[in-house]
Structure formats: structure tokens, C-alpha cells
Design a protein around this ligand. Structure first.
Ligand SMILES: Cc1cc2nc3c(=O)[nH]c(=O)nc-3n(C[C@H](O)[C@H](O)[C@H](O)COP(=O)(O)OP(=O)(O)OC[C@H]3O[C@@H](n4cnc5c(N)ncnc54)[C@H](O)[C@@H]3O)c2cc1C
Length: 483
């Protein structure tokens, strides 16, 4: 008989969180700490969503999205998780760029970037200061019509090399391009420039293990292998979900599933107004990724060639070319033994941005061939930095946009949720259906580990307010709300 993954689950909760990405987990923890009864339903056997890892024979542990995040994650983890989690966050020291326009190592913070821009690119101190001041001051209420391309042209006209320096790492970090609103660039770039790039010592597996322990301590009911099939709505009010064929009631549902899936698939267009659906139709998904995972044999070592390496053979920078299947622009993340102290192991993960359509609709044989080619091109690129890499490999495999879709259920295997317009739609969801909330990668800004976790907190506060209001509503008001 199939295992009942919902055995012992209650028939009703205050909040059901659909999905266990960093936004879902952080929101669940916050709500549980506020005293609400919370159930997390995750279809995968692991928690974490894209913040995940996998193990392979030979003692290999490979991280998917642990490349780097801004310092803000320390505060977020301390405030909304535990001191222990926040104290495991460590700084990456060496970020390396190598392409036909420039090649150097940096600590990736304001002081060092200022030095590089002045000494290597010949930019005047005042221009650099003005640029940093402008991006630092960017906020939601700014003029959103300015694109990142226009912002760069204003400060560094015609300097494709400077545009590349400033944009390429952010394109990898959140999928944004030169044609996205400048605010999506400014907020993320300024976050990184604050104090550099950070990672989680212990690896993603340890982070999620610690988060799970904390959730359980705070009373969250966590269920893996539970696919939410439907958000149940009556009279434009959430009443629960259907998962693994069973209905569970809830006063609120917080979906960490993709925004468009939440609306069209889980809830159903029939529950939304025409005007809202019109806004939804304008929401563009972000692109996806390919990765190559390289586990180094036990006992083998690799020299330190940098923690993060942005490498490319493209003569000039164009956002679109980063998505091409034949792109030579990739990020290598090097995991040295310090990342998982005690294990004394090394691994390398290569990431490229990618389009779903370039990988969908291939025959099995074509798909495998394309994957093999991706692996081979990646190893060739890596040989420049680790010449004897092929002899050291203990495990090798690749993922594509199809892999990301399969494991996260994001349409198109979207790595960073939606483009900017998704943010407002996500915010407006509860105005359409009472008790239905969304938190997760949207609008570029609310994506990445920090953005997703912080968005989880913002939305958890709104869920709390809603539940509080329900509790203190007079009986008659409750009745009319359901009419
Ligand atoms: C290759 C790659 C590299 C990245 N590198 C970095 C990095 O270095 N630094 C950084 O900060 N960010 C990085 N990111 C981005 C970052 O990982 C994500 O933005 C963030 O983890 C997303 O969190 P989320 O809360 O939006 O949800 P997700 O992680 O997308 O999780 C959503 C969860 O919902 C579950 N789910 C969906 N539908 C259902 C359903 N119907 N029923 C049950 N469960 C469901 C999914 O299984 C999943 O677990 C990277 C992303 C990728 C793809």
C-alpha cells in the first residue's frame, strides 16, 4: 500500500504554506513563532526548494544555489531563524572575473570596486561616488521607467566594459538584464556592494537541517511528498487546499509555488476579476539555468583559484548572449574544504543562464547529446583554471531547465520567479481572494536567498494581521464576509 504522507495531520490549520522554498520556510517559522498553527506541504522529498543539494556515491555533496548572497542574510537569519544559523554565514574572499575585456580578483565590495573602476577602468572618483550614491538611494517609489541600460549610459556612456563589470554578476544572481527597470539592478547591486558576498558554512544540507529543527521546535507540521493540487475557495475566500487527494481546511493559504501556477493552476481563473487577470497576463517569467556538477575524488585537491569565477570568452557584453545554448559565459563556484569543515572535500558547480525552449521538445537522444556537449564545453572552460581537472573528477552530471521544472514545478524551470511586474500581482492576490497570499521569487528584487526569505517575512506579517482581524471580528461580520 502507498505510504500516507499525511498520516496524523489535522483537519484544519490557521495557515497552510504551499512549498518549502526559503520564502515559504521563513514565513512558516515567523507565523509559528507568532502562535499560529502552520502546516507546510512540499511535493519534493527535501525542504528548501531551489536552496537545495544532492548526494552521490563516493561521498559527493553538490549544492545547487549556494553561490553567494549579500550580508543582509546574516540579519535575516538572526532575526527570523536562529543565532546559530546566522553565525554560520561566512564571507567569500576572492571573486574573480576573466573575459576578453578584463581579468582580476576582487573582494566584491564598494571599496574594492571603486579601486578597480578607478585604476583599471580609468573612471573618475566623482563619477564612481555619484553612481554608488544613486544606486544606494533607489527605492520602490522611484521612476520605474528608467532601465539599467539607461542608468549605465548616464554614468558610463559607451563603456561596454564597465557595463559588463557592473551587470554580468547581477545577471547571474537574479536573471535581470540591461532592459529591466534600473531599480531591480540598483537594489541588488547595492546589497552586494555593502560588504561583499557571503555563503553558508556547512553547506545547504546543514542550513536546511537547522531550519527544519527550528520549525519543528516552533510547532510547524511539515509534510514532504505532498503535492498541493488545488487551493479551495468559496465566495472569494480561502477555505483550504486539496493535497494528495485529501482536503485540509485553513483560514489562510500562503503559496510559495510559482506566482502564475498559484493563480492559474492551483486557484483557477474563475475566482479572479477580469482586470486582475489582465494584469496577470502581462507577467513574464524569468529565464532558467543549466548547471554542471563536478565532484572531486576523495583525497584529490585543487588549488585556490577563487571562490566565484565569472568567466566568458565573449568579446563584448550582451545580456541576451548569456542565455544562448552555446554561450561561453558561466559562473564557476568552487567549494573548498572550509565550506564543509571536517569533510575535506572539494566540488565545483558551473552555472549558466538558459532558456527553457532551447531544451524542451528535444528527443531523448538529442537531449542527452546536448547535455554531454554542455558538460564537455564546461570542462574545456575549466581546464584554463584547473588544468588537470579531468583526472580529479569523481562525479560529473548536468541539470537543465527541464530539471529545474521537474523539481520545483516552476513553469519554464524559472530560476528567479518573475520579472518586475510580478511583484504587484503577488501583492494584490489577497485583495482578490480573502486569505490567499503569495511569497516567493517575484519582481527580481524579491528573489535570491535574501530576497525570498525577506519577502516571506513581509507576507507572514500580512497573514498574521489577517488572522488577527478574523479572530477579533464580530460574529455577524464573519457571516457577511462569507455571503
Ligand atoms: C542555478 C541557480 C543558482 C542560484 N544561485 C543563487 C545564489 O547563489 N544566491 C542566491 O541568493 N540565490 C540563488 N538562486 C536563486 C534562489 O535559489 C531562489 O531565488 C530562492 O531560493 C527561491 O526561493 P523561493 O522561496 O522563491 O522558492 P523556491 O525555492 O522556488 O521553492 C518553491 C517550492 O515550492 C514547491 N512547490 C511548488 N508547487 C508546489 C505544489 N503545488 N505543492 C507542493 N509544493 C510545491 C517546490 O517544490 C519548491 O520546493 C539560484 C537559483 C538557481 C536556479
Amino acid at each position: 500500500m502507498a505510504k500516507d504522507w499525511l498520516k496524523g495531520a489535522k483537519s484544519a490549520y490557521d495557515t497552510i504554506v504551499v512549498g518549502s522554498g526559503l520564502a515559504g520556510l521563513t514565513a512558516a517559522n515567523k507565523l509559528a513563532k507568532l502562535g499560529h498553527q502552520v502546516l507546510i506541504l512540499e511535493h519534493h522529498y527535501n525542504l528548501g526548494g531551489l536552496a537545495t543539494w544532492f548526494k552521490r556515491k563516493g561521498g559527493h555533496i553538490l549544492d545547487i544555489s549556494l553561490h553567494g548572497f549579500p550580508i543582509g542574510m546574516v540579519k535575516t537569519c538572526r532575526k527570523y531563524w536562529t543565532r546559530e544559523i546566522s553565525e554560520s554565514i561566512i564571507r567569500l574572499k576572492n571573486i574573480r572575473f576573466d573575459n576578453p575585456q578584463f581579468s582580476f580578483l576582487t573582494s566584491f565590495d564598494k571599496a574594492d570596486f571603486t579601486r578597480v573602476m578607478k585604476d583599471q577602468f580609468g573612471i573618475l572618483q566623482k563619477t564612481i561616488d555619484d553612481f554608488f550614491k544613486t544606486v544606494r538611494a533607489m527605492n520602490f517609489y522611484d521612476d520605474l521607467s528608467m532601465t539599467t541600460r539607461e542608468l549605465f549610459e548616464q554614468f558610463f556612456p559607451g563603456r561596454n566594459d564597465v557595463h559588463r563589470l557592473l551587470m554580468e554578476p547581477i545577471t547571474y544572481a537574479n536573471g535581470s538584464t540591461l532592459d529591466d527597470p534600473a531599480i531591480t539592478y540598483g537594489i541588488v547591486f547595492a546589497n552586494f556592494m555593502d560588504k561583499g558576498v557571503y555563503t553558508f558554512q556547512g553547506g545547504t544540507d546543514q542550513l536546511i537541517k537547522k531550519m527544519k529543527k527550528e520549525l519543528l521546535k516552533n510547532g510547524v507540521d511539515i509534510r514532504n511528498h505532498c503535492m498541493v493540487e488545488k487551493v479551495l475557495v468559496e465566495d472569494r475566500t480561502v477555505v483550504g487546499v486539496r493535497t494528495n487527494g485529501r482536503e485540509i481546511h485553513a483560514k489562510t493559504v500562503l503559496s510559495n509555488s510559482n506566482l502564475l501556477s498559484t493563480i492559474h493552476k492551483l486557484t483557477g481563473d474563475e475566482h479572479f476579476s477580469k482586470e486582475f487577470l489582465e494584469e496577470v497576463s502581462k507577467v513574464r517569467l524569468n529565464d532558467s539555468s543549466c548547471q554542471v556538477y563536478i565532484g572531486i575524488k576523495k583525497g584529490e585537491k585543487i588549488e585556490n583559484v577563487g571562490d566565484l569565477l565569472f568567466t566568458s570568452q565573449e568579446e563584448e557584453f550582451k545580456s541576451e548572449s548569456l542565455l544562448e545554448p552555446e554561450t561561453t559565459s558561466r559562473t564557476f563556484s568552487f567549494y573548498y574544504p572550509e565550506i564543509r569543515p571536517g569533510a575535506n572535500r572539494y566540488s565545483i558547480v558551473s552555472s549558466t543562464n538558459a532558456r527553457f525552449k532551447d531544451w524542451a521538445n528535444l528527443s531523448r537522444a538529442e537531449y542527452e547529446k546536448k547535455k554531454d556537449r554542455l558538460i564537455e564545453k564546461t570542462l574545456k572552460a575549466l581546464e584554463k583554471y584547473v588544468p588537470d581537472i579531468r583526472q580529479k573528477i569523481g562525479h560529473l552530471e548536468a541539470s537543465t531547465p527541464l530539471t529545474f521544472k521537474r523539481y520545483t514545478k516552476h513553469p519554464g524551470g524559472a530560476s528567479f520567479g518573475t520579472k518586475f511586474e510580478g511583484l504587484q500581482v503577488s501583492r494584490n492576490l489577497p485583495k482578490q481572494i480573502a486569505g490567499l497570499f503569495h511569497a516567493g521569487s517575484v519582481g527580481i528584487i524579491m528573489s535570491g536567498w535574501l530576497g525570498a526569505a525577506n519577502y516571506g517575512v513581509i507576507v507572514a506579517n500580512e497573514v498574521d494581521k489577517f488572522l488577527h482581524h478574523l479572530q477579533h471580528q464580530p460574529e455577524t461580520e464573519l457571516e457577511t464576509a462569507n455571503v
